[in-house]
Every structure is written in structure tokens, then in C-alpha cells.
Ligand binder design. Structure first.
Ligand code: AVJ
Length: 322
């Protein structure tokens, strides 16, 4: 089927329930934390797109350069009829894969899966125009709550780009990869983007840019809580923090309370106290080495078949087979 359609795999109130659950769970924990998926309302998705154009934020450009160099090879080895993309966002880099697969003549459908309906709509409409004859079957879903792979025509290429795997905590990541390993059919492949361990200064700058866009992106999660849960966070009373955890090999983003304050979340009946300097963790962004990627894929029943990096070795792109 050609053209654009959207499937909501989740009941309309899923996101509201999941947000309430995550806020109840994470904001009553010590230290306080929230999962990073709540950044991505329409404004957050826009801010993330802005981040990808910042001079300090290299991952998008580094991954793009690998795709520019390798897309024809990826198309050749996958011969995909269906391209499924988890966390598709704007689908900007995906165009390189779509072009290569169309060039080869194997591709019928593209299945973008994302938590942002606004991003799916915008990307889906644009792609349908630019790729006549391609079926764009968008899926609004939360892949951290169970993975959806369309049964559709194989071979399927499952793309998980941008380094988003790094947003999952190690246990979540193992479960998530195992789910992929179980669902891939013998002729399917996984295309996985992972940001790599590098100089700490370069890493921290990518998450604490001079223009303050990442700070605004981080603080925007408080606007999401205000809007969705009628909370009364004052974003001006929190400060953006980005730091490198050398032991875990991940970047953490946090929001630090500028003063002692109490926030109300009436929908949850939660008065929330923040001490001055208290930090709320909003994101973990793990950085990888080739060896760790290979080991984690193997633990999930897959093997690393191809490994590519950009010229400066900043970002890794893996092709894995079940
Ligand atoms: C979209 C998850 C890959 O971790 O680098 C960008 C999100 N956070 N700046 C990342 C993000 C802060 C990004 N991913």
C-alpha cells in the first residue's frame, strides 16, 4: 500500500498514564530522575532538531557521514523490502537509506516508529511526497514498553540510529536488544548507531552547548509536566547540568534546583520538595566501544556483521544479524 497512514498501537491515554507513572516513580525516588522520552513534545522535538545543527553536537553529522559513505553497501547487504526505524524523529538521515534501497529497487515500505505524533506526521507527509510509490506506515509507539515489528515483507532492515540506544540503562538495554534478537528473522538485519567514548571535553560540550539550546531542551521537560499534569514548576528555578560519568561511560543530564523549593503536581497529589542544589536526572546517554557493542549484541543472540565509523572515529554504525 502506498501513501501515508498512522497506527496508534497504544490507547489514546497511554502517554498520560505512562507519564504519571514515571513521574510518580522517578520523582519520589532518591536521587530523583525521569526517563528522557518525556523531552519530546512538539517543542522538544523542535529543540532536538536545533541541537543536531549545533557546532558542538557532532553525533548527527558523524552518523550522517557514515551513512553517506555506506548506504549503498547497507542496501546491498540487507536487500530490504521493509525499512523499520525506531525513534525515527524527523527521518532526516533515513533519506540516505531510502535513496539507496530505492536505487536497488528492493524497498516497498517504510515504517517509522516514534513517541512523537507531531514528528511522525511531519516526516510521514514529507516522505510520501518525496518518495512516490513508497508506503509510509507510521507507528505511534513506545518501544521501551515492548517492541513492535510489522510482519510485513522481508527482508526487513530495523534501523535504530542517532545513538538513542544509549538512553537506555544497561538492564533496559539488554532487555531491549534481546527483544530484537528474538524477533529478527534469519534474513533481517539490525542497523544500530552508537556514539563512541572520546575526549571528555568534546563529550560534555556536545551536551552543554554555548548557545544554551541543550539547556532549553532539558528544561522543556518541566513545561511538559506543567502542561500534562498541571504541575507548577518554574523552569527559571532550575539549572541545566551535563556531566561525564567515567565509570559508567555515559553522559548525564540533570536539572539542579537553584533554591529550596516545593513544586505541586495536583494530578498526582504530590508536593515535591527540592533542596537547594538538589539534582533531578533527566537523561543518560551512554557512549560505546566496539567491543562492548559486539558483546551486548552477542548476549542478545545477534552477531556484529559490519562495523563502520566516521573518519574521526567519533560514532559507530553496526550491522547485526540474528
Ligand atoms: C537523541 C538520544 C541520541 O543522547 O545524544 C541530545 C538526545 N540529549 N542532547 C543524545 C540528546 C541531549 C540524543 N539522542
Amino acid at each position: 500500500m502506498t501513501g501515508y497512514d498512522l497506527t496508534r498501537l497504544l490507547p489514546a491515554d497511554h502517554f498520560h498514564h505512562a507519564l504519571r507513572h514515571d513521574v510518580q516513580n522517578g520523582l519520589t525516588a532518591s536521587p530523583k530522575w525521569l526517563p528522557p522520552k518525556w523531552f519530546y513534545d512538539a517543542r522538544g522535538s523542535e529543540l532536538f532538531e536545533e541541537i543536531t545543527r549545533l557546532p558542538e553536537y557532532y553525533p548527527t553529522r558523524a552518523e550522517r557521514s557514515i551513512l553517506v559513505a555506506r548506504a549503498p553497501e547497507i542496501a546491498e547487504v540487507s536487500r530490504a523490502r521493509t525499512l523499520v526505524e525506531l525513534g525515527s524523529g524527523s527521518s532526516e538521515k533515513t533519506r540516505l537509506l531510502l535513496d539507496a534501497l530505492r536505487g536497488l529497487g528492493t524497498l516497498d515500505s517504510y515504517v517509522p516508529v516514534d513517541v512523537s505524533e507531531s514528528a511522525l506526521e511531519a516526516a510521514g507527509r514529507a516522505l510520501t511526497e518525496d518518495y512516490p510509490g513508497l508506503g509510509v506506515h507510521a507507528v505511534l509507539a513506545d518501544f521501551t514498553h515492548g517492541l513492535h515489528l510489522p510482519d510485513g515483507d522481508g527482508p526487513r532492515l530495523l534501523a535504530f540510529l542517532g545513538g538513542t540506544l544509549g538512553n537506555l540503562l544497561p538492564a533496559e538495554r539488554a532487555r531491549f536488544l534481546a527483544g530484537i534478537g528474538e524477533r529478527l528473522r534469519p534474513d533481517d538485519a539490525l542497523l544500530l548507531g552508537t556514539d563512541l567514548v572520546k575526549d571528555t571535553g568534546v563529550l560534555v560540550a556536545a551536551y552543554d552547548d554555548a548557545a544554551g539550546v541543550t539547556a532549553e531542551f532539558n528544561l522543556n521537560v518541566l513545561n511538559v509536566l506543567n502542561r500534562e499534569l498541571s504541575a507548577d514548576f518554574d523552569p527559571a528555578q532550575f539549572e541545566h547540568v551535563a556531566l561525564w560519568d567515567a565509570e559508567q561511560e555515559w553522559i548525564e543530564m540533570r536539572l539542579r534546583s537553584r533554591r529550596d523549593q516545593t513544586v505541586k503536581i495536583p494530578e498526582l497529589d504530590l508536593p515535591l520538595h527540592f533542596a537547594e542544589g538538589e539534582e533531578l536526572r533527566t537523561e543518560v546517554s551512554a557512549k560505546f566501544r566496539r567491543e562492548r557493542v559486539a558483546t551486548e549484541l552477542a548476549a542478545a543472540g545477534m552477531r556484529l556483521a559490519e562495523w563502520w565509523t566516521d573518519e574521526q572515529g567519533r560514532f559507530g554504525l553496526s550491522l547485526a544479524r540474528p
